[in-house]
Design a protein around this ligand. Structure first.
Ligand code: 13P
Ligand code: SF4
Length: 333
């Protein structure tokens, strides 16, 4: 009897895995899947044991995004959703600032980052001391801080924004001038859409800063009719050469609603793989710039995080209150 039940359990698990593979078959070759199956099976089991949910950013690889995650989205959606999580444990399949934001929004939960080295060139470009100096230099000018920053930098700020709501946040303040930190290109792209004067910092995303208008011209020449969508962390000349610019969620919505015949996403590579799974009729042209930080998160790292409950994200209580206030102000806009 025991053996029969065990056999049935194994068979059900295998059928479940087969169904998961059906989802990603078009972007994950069978050879690669063979290396993923064991970790996926273990992660599904560990999630039950630990009462854990996995939040995954749109740049996570398809076997994470489509096979083990419970909630997926852009930075804004992940911040909102983190607030609502009821489970005991949140595993952030994303970068460190995203895990910190989840902890800020739901402090009683254990938030795990599967690889604490998963940083961000934007978050690294500015310190709390820099923000204090900016305040001294521009007294009375509100500081709007991109969520791609440490909790300590958020704590020195007036309000946060993401690429999905940056213009709305800036305009909500009702002032003629704001400081927008740390992404120079996001600040310049927002400045092109608003009458509010925007003072920028000099941080860049190491993935998006590499795209050039010449890349867009070459893509259009090689793939006639291609619709070009870019992320607002790209240089303004790249955004100007694109057909549409928006956060990763806005790009997903664009593809879902318009179903372009052929599209290119000027952003991190995995985004196209994830959307290709959902939109089999759309042809994705794929110039590839990988985020090395996002790519530190693997199935193996997630499994290890759940097995060992590492690495828990802790935020200094002296910064948590003020950092949370900046994120909450953004969510209220
Ligand atoms: P989104 O908020 O658009 O998901 O972007 C996050 C990010 O890190 C982009 O590089
Ligand atoms: Fe940071 Fe750029 Fe990676 Fe996003 S893609 S996490 S902004 S380095």
């Amino acid at each position: 009897m025991d053996t029969l039940m065990l056999d049935r359990g194994v068979r059900d698990a295998d059928q479940g895995l087969e169904r998961l593979y059906d989802r990603v078959r078009r972007v994950v070759p069978p050879m690669e899947w063979a290396g993923f199956a064991d970790d996926i099976r273990a992660i599904i089991e560990l999630k039950k044991q630990r009462n854990a949910v996995i939040l995954a950013h749109n740049y996570q690889t398809p076997e994470i995004f489509h096979c083990v995650s419970d909630i997926v989205g852009d930075s804004l959606a992940l911040a909102r959703e983190a607030q609502e999580v009821d489970a005991d444990v949140i595993v952030m399949a994303g970068v460190h600032f995203m895990a910190e934001t989840a902890k800020l929004m739901n402090p009683s939960k254990t938030v795990l980052i599967p690889d604490a080295r998963a940083g961000c060139s934007l978050a690294d470009s500015i310190t709390p001391a820099d923000v204090r100096l900016l305040r001294e230099r521009f007294p009375g000018v509100p500081i709007v801080t991109y969520v791609n920053t440490s909790a300590a930098v958020k704590a020195e700020s007036d309000i946060c924004c993401t690429s999905g709501n940056a213009r709305k946040v800036v305009e909500s303040l009702g002032v003629p001038r704001v400081l927008m930190i740390p992404d120079e290109f996001l600040a310049r792209n927002v400045a092109a859409e608003t009458d509010v004067e925007i003072l920028a910092w000099h941080g860049h995303c190491e993935v998006h800063e590499r795209f050039t208008p010449a890349d867009i011209a070459a893509l259009r020449a090689a793939h006639p009719g291609v619709v070009v969508l870019s992320h607002p962390e790209c240089p303004p000349e790249v955004v100007a050469a694109s057909d549409f610019a928006g956060s990763t969620a806005r790009m997903s919505e664009f593809v879902a609603e318009r179903q372009p015949q052929r599209v290119v996403l000027i952003t991190e590579c995995s985004m196209s793989d994830n959307l290709a799974v959902q939109h089999p009729k759309v042809e994705f042209v794929r110039p590839c710039n990988l985020c090395p930080h996002m790519k530190r998160i693997t199935l193996g790292a997630i499994r290890h995080a759940l097995e060992t409950m590492s690495e828990p994200v802790e935020i200094d209580p002296s910064v948590a209150f003020a950092a949370r206030r900046s994120v909450e102000r953004m969510l209220a806009v």
